[in-house]
Each structure stands twice: as C-alpha cells, then as structure tokens.
Design a binder for this molecule. Structure first.
Ligand SMILES: [Zn+2]
Length: 733
C-alpha cells in the first residue's frame, strides 16, 4: 500500500523535473513585457472606488482601471488565503490543486505554478508576500528565483508575532529589488513579480491619519493605505519599467457582518467571493469594463497570454483576453467551496456552483440565489426552484467527481491521506448533503462568540477564556475554540491550563504545527524545559519546512545554557530561509553574549541589509560599537533606532547610557525617563537615571531613583552607599 503511494507520488516529480529545463531566455526587448501581479488580501470588490464605493480612497486602483480594463464580476474559489492563492497561481480550482485549507496543507509537488511557467520561458521571477498563510513552507515559493516572506516580529505583545508585514515595508522591499543591480552573469530578461499585501485583513488598524479619516470604517482605511503604497510601486515601475502588464485582484472579500459573519472563511456568499480584477499595460485597451464573469483560475492563463506565452494544458481556467478587448466571450461557471467549517469546527463543508446569474450552495439545507435580482443573497429560492437546484447540483457533483481524482495523482502522500480521511477521494465527491453535520448557517451565533474570543485572546484573556469556554460547552468539537483558549490561557499566565487544552488536541490527533509551538512555549514558561524540547523537536521533525519550531527550540536551549544547541537550531532555520531575521538576530545575540563582536556585527549588519528599518538590529549593532569604544557611531545608531521606534525601551536606554557616558547628562535625562516609561524598569536603568541626575545636580531626584533601584534589588552595596552619601551631604530636614 505504501509502495503504491510512493510510486504515484514519484511519477509526477520525475515529469516535473524533466520539464525544468529552461527554454532559451527571450532576448531583452523581444516583445515579452514585464508582468506585475498584485494580490490585496481580504479586499471585497464593492469597497473599491471604481466598483462603486463612494466613500473609498482608492485613487491608484481607480486610475489603473481608467487606463486599463476592469472586470465587473470577478470570483474567488475559496474565501481563504492559502487555497485561493493556490488557484490564482496554478489556474486550477481547489478540486484540481488539492490545497483545501490554511495550515495543514501545502501546494502538492506535482502541481505547476505560473511562476514556473514564467521562469521556464526565461523570465526573472520574484515574490514579496506579507502574511503568514503564504509562508514558503506552504509551497508558494515554487518557481520564484527570490521569495521574500520576511514577516517582522512586531513590538506589540498583544499581537501574534510574525503574522503580518505592513504595506509600506513590503513596498520598500519590492522597490529595493527593482533597483538592485542584476546578479553577476544574469542576462537582462523581463520579470514576473508577485506582490501580496495583507493590511485589509482583520484586525483593522490603519495608520493614525487614515484612522482619523475613516473613524467608523477602519477597514476602508486599511484599503486606502494599501492603495497609497501600491501607488508608490506603480510610479516607480512607470519610471523604470514602463512595459509592464499589471493585474490587481484579491484572494477573497470580507463579510463585514453580512449573513452574521464578521470576517471570512465560513460562508461562500459573494461578500467573501466577489473580488476586484483590474489590469492595465501593453496590449490592453483603456477604460473598458468587461462583463464576463472572471474567475480566480483565469488569472494565470490571462497573464501568460498577455506575456505572449502559452498556458499549460492542465490549467482549468482560460485567458480572458478576448473579453478584455471587447470581443464576445461566453460566461463559464465557477466552482467555490469552504472546507473550513468542516476542518476547523467539525461542521458540514460548503460547496457552491455559480453561473453568471445563479448560485447553488450545497449544505445540509441547500440554498439557491438569483444573483441578478438579489446580489446580497438574501432570498433563498431553493424550495421554489427545485428543478434548477437539481440541475446545478448535477454540474457541481460532476465537477467534484471528475476533477478530484486526477489531481490526487499529483498530490503528496500527506495531502492524499488528509483528503481521503475527509471522504474527498475515490470518486465519491463530497459528503452527502443533508448529512448529520451541523449546517454552518445554524452555527453562526457560535462563530460570533468564537470571533470575540479570538480577538481578545491576547488583549483581554479573561474575556476570551469566558467566551471560548461557552463555545466549547456547546460544541466541544470546535478545535479552533480550544486552540485559541490555550493562547488566552497562556496570555493570562495560566500555563497549566493552556498545556491541558493542547495535550487534549494532541490526544485527539489534532495538534497542528502551530499548536506544537504554543505547547512548547507554555512548557518552557512553566519551567518544564525537558518536555518543551521534546515537543518542539518532534514538531520540527514532523514539519521540516516550518522554521518556527527551531526558533522556539533555540530559546529553550538558551534558557538551559545550551548555547551550541541554540546556535545549531538557528543555523537550521537559516538552512530553510537564508536571511531569516530572527535566526540572524539570535546568532548575533549569542555572539554578543560570547564576546565575539565581529561575528555579532556581521549578523546584525545582515539584518539591516534585509530590513534597513530594524530598530532591534540597529540597537544591538550600537552595543557592539559602544564596546569597541566607537561611542559616536553607537550614539548615531541608538538615535536612529529611537527615531524609528520611539517606544523601544532598549534603544532608549542605550541612547541615554551612551549620552551619559559621553559627558552629556542633560541630554541623556529625558531618554532615561522615556526608557523607564517604556517598561525598562530595571535597577540598571534606575541607577543610570540616578547617576545622571546627580551629574546635573538633582540630588533629591537621584536619591529617589536609587531608592527605587534598591527596592527592586536590595543587594547593591554601592548604590546603598551612594544613597547614604547623598543623605549625609544634604542639609538636614
Ligand atoms: Zn486572505
């Protein structure tokens, strides 16, 4: 049985290796344009100005539509980031590519991406993504010469680290790539560049000016921010690479409360499936609105067409060039699904069949909508139009039973096993409608409570624990509620309770890679380092493309004083992701700890090459310079770090210390005070403040700082003595 599996898996690998021989690159100027493909996460079409949203601030997208083509109706196949991007990049529906849910799935090895097509044709390929679901471990890097998935840790302890890169930082990285010289020996060739922005994804927290401009709709503020950043990118392209085809779309929309859903993922209504599709550039007419229904699977063949390249035969979508140019092109039906309710909640999955006018949603209680008359999908017509339901169901079932098995041959064993376990393989199509599973529309009330719990898991864990416990009391199979409650317990410092929830998931066979990290971290915080190491080592072994396990492992090793093991874990991360910022930082910190300043400086310097705005690396490089006696250079670095992150306590403290040590106590004072306000309340910081106050003649202030320092750490004889001397020198009271 296993051998049979292995054979099926090996066959397409061999085929795709044979395909990897590149054709001769097209000579520069041979007519192939550059291609810029932009996906804006969570952008629903009707929140863009040119799609009719009066309150939108989207001048870049509106101008792009004015000089190019806009598809009035564009449809995503899945309301989830990973699966939908898989369709955009492969030209296949989820039935065809097999990537059915975020996390737990990866793009199967036998499925070809459009980036591979472009690379084979001699294009330079690069991608810049901004959200964790597109991390390279999910296989989206296939076909890209450069895949930049650097996500900053962030400085907000209420937020999960490494989840999002903001649009300005992503744009900076793209602009650096665009202006970098070609690698030595590389021939000038057109590029295929994919840029993904994540900002409109919840939580909606636009920069301050846009928050003020959109007080009641911060989601629109996030969209406006991305639009402005996209504007910067397009202006640079216009200057340097005017022959570029640009296509902007989204992976899915956002419900914003429609049908009781706040965000996306659960339902397959148009609120989360209708997205914008705007394109412009060489060969495209201007100011045209195309009426044909555009589907996610049509993106890849359309891009290839405009680049003068053929689409592969196994692509399910088609080029929409004819429609874009105003010629007749008939509508094609779209398949859509969400297995999220099944995989995450244990409820019934949703499958949909959408024609230009009607949509059938297959659920325990099926729904039918007339999109022409009822775009909001309010009035379910399934009962009164049974004939249409039956007919559309036949198409849906046919699609589900014919496409899945062919794709399954190209899937890796793990994906095949997962789909098999769900009943998606073997020609059966989907689990039968009317099954005993809960209909997602009946569970939406629970989802609202779950959403509240997820939002507050880090900011207000007591509320989150209450909400999530209520959800679990009603439906103990809701895995998301349990894994989120573990995060809330951890935030509340209740590590034993967090561990109990995660061990239960483990026992039931539902411990995801992310859960493994949370479990490892809780064990570490609970002082159970040995268990933490075992869990994290197993997570790393079972998820070899998942860098986070080794990062957490390194932290446990450091705590245990096993520096060589920590360094080895960081090096393994660099083996996966050569410029992983946190691994570079960890190795820099270890070198600093072991007094190897050159090695430390090299690591921090590398971080600043990748992300010149990294305040942490600036600060640590400043420490290295300080130790080498290069005080001025150090002070400059600390100052830059503080400018970049005015609340960075570490940078504030080092800047204050450097100024004080350099005979500038008056300048140092406010930075000591800001460092303390930013949470750097240590005896070291207080002693620095005390000495600096003494230097400017503020004896009472100095005494207060020393007293507080002694309260934190009474065993400081020097400080006690200084305090006594101040008291002795002061006039008696
Ligand atoms: Zn998304």
């Amino acid at each position: 049985m296993r051998a049979g599996h292995a054979f099926l898996v090996l066959l397409p690998v061999a085929l795709s290796l044979a395909d990897c021989r590149r054709e001769a690159p097209p000579a520069a100027g041979s007519g192939h344009p550059n291609v810029l493909f932009v996906t804006i996460d969570t952008l629903r079409a009707d929140h863009v100005g040119c799609y009719g949203h009066a309150g939108a601030a989207t001048p870049t997208l509106d101008a792009l539509a004015a000089r190019g083509v806009r598809f009035a109706t564009a449809i995503a196949h899945v309301p989830l980031t990973g699966p939908s991007h898989a369709s955009l990049l492969t030209g296949r529906s989820p039935l065809g590519h097999g990537f059915r849910d975020n996390g737990g799935y990866a793009l199967p090895v036998g499925v070809t991406t459009v980036a591979e097509d472009f690379r084979r044709a001699g294009y330079r390929t690069a991608a810049f993504v901004s959200g964790f679901p597109l991390d390279r471990r999910f296989g989206f890097d296939r076909g890209f010469d450069a895949y930049d998935d650097h996500l900053p840790r962030g400085n907000d302890p209420r937020r999960q680290p490494y989840v999002e890169r903001l649009a300005d930082a992503t744009t900076e990285a793209v602009l650096r790539w665009l202006s970098a010289p070609l690698p030595a020996g590389a021939r000038a060739a057109p590029f295929f560049l994919w840029v993904h922005y994540y900002d409109p994804h919840a939580p909606y927290e636009p920069p301050a000016d846009l928050r003020a401009r959109f007080p009641s709709s911060p989601y629109d503020g996030e969209i406006a921010f991305v639009d402005a950043q996209l504007g910067r990118l397009l202006r640079r392209l216009e200057e340097r690479s005017p022959r570029t085809v640009v296509l902007v779309t989204a992976d899915h929309g956002e419900s914003l409360g429609e049908h009781g859903e706040e965000t996306h993922g659960l339902f397959v209504y148009d609120a989360t499936l209708r997205v914008p599709w705007i394109m412009a550039g060489p060969g495209l007419p201007s100011g045209r609105v195309a009426g044909v229904v555009a589907r996610g699977i049509d993106v890849a063949p359309t891009l290839l067409d405009y680049a003068g390249l053929p689409a592969r035969a196994d692509v399910e979508g088609r080029s929409l060039r004819a429609a874009a140019e105003g010629k007749d092109q008939a509508d094609a039906p779209a398949y859509a699904e969400s297995l999220f309710p099944q995989l995450q909640y244990g409820w019934a999955p949703l499958h949909a069949w959408r024609t230009a006018r009607f949509k059938l949603i297959e659920a325990p209680r099926p729904e039918l909508y007339d999109l022409g008359a009822d775009g909001g999908e309010i009035r379910d017509r399934a009962r009164e139009e049974q004939g249409r339901v039956d007919e559309m169901r036949r198409h849906l079932r046919a699609a589900m039973s014919t496409r899945t098995p062919s794709a399954a041959k190209e899937m890796d064993a793990e994906t095949t096993e997962r789909l098999g376990a769900l009943g998606y393989l073997g020609g059966g199509g989907a689990p039968a409608p009317g099954s005993a599973l809960r209909d997602p529309k009946d569970g939406v009330r629970l989802v609202t409570r779950l959403g509240r719990g997820m939002e507050t898991a880090r900011t207000d864990p007591a509320v989150a624990i209450r909400e999530l416990t209520a959800v679990l009391d009603e439906d103990p199979k809701m895995l998301v509620a349990r894994r989120t409650r573990a995060v809330a317990y951890a935030a509340a410092g209740q590590h034993a309770a967090a561990i109990a929830d995660l061990r239960r998931l483990e026992k039931e066979g539902h411990l995801s890679a992310e859960d493994g990290i949370v479990l490892g971290d809780n064990l570490r915080f609970a002082g159970r380092s040995g268990e933490a190491i075992r869990v994290l080592e197993r997570t790393a072994r079972e998820n070899p493309r998942f860098a986070q396990a080794d990062l957490s492992l390194a932290e446990v090793f450091i705590k245990e004083g096993r520096r060589a093991d920590a360094a080895a874990a960081y090096e393994r991360v660099l083996g996966l992701v050569p410029d992983h910022i946190e691994a570079l930082r960890g190795l820099g910190d270890l070198a600093l700890l072991e007094d190897r300043p050159d090695a430390a400086a090299a690591r921090y310097g590398r971080i600043l090459e990748v992300d010149p705005a990294d305040a942490g690396a600036m600060t640590k490089l400043g420490v290295v310079r300080m130790r080498a006696g290069r005080t001025e250079e150090a002070t400059t670095l600390f100052r830059k770090a503080v400018e970049r992150e005015p609340q960075n306590g570490e940078a504030l403290l080092y800047l204050a210390g450097a100024l004080a040590a350099n005979g500038r106590p008056a300048e140092a004072l406010p930075f000591f005070e800001r460092a303390l306000q930013a949470g750097q309340k240590s005896s070291m910081a207080l002693n620095g403040l005390g000495l600096t106050r003494l230097a400017v003649g503020d004896r009472p202030g100095a005494a207060a700082a020393f007293r507080e320092s002694l309260r934190l750490d009474p065993k400081q004889p020097d400080v006690a003595r200084t305090l006594a001397e101040i008291a002795a020198a002061s006039p008696s009271n």
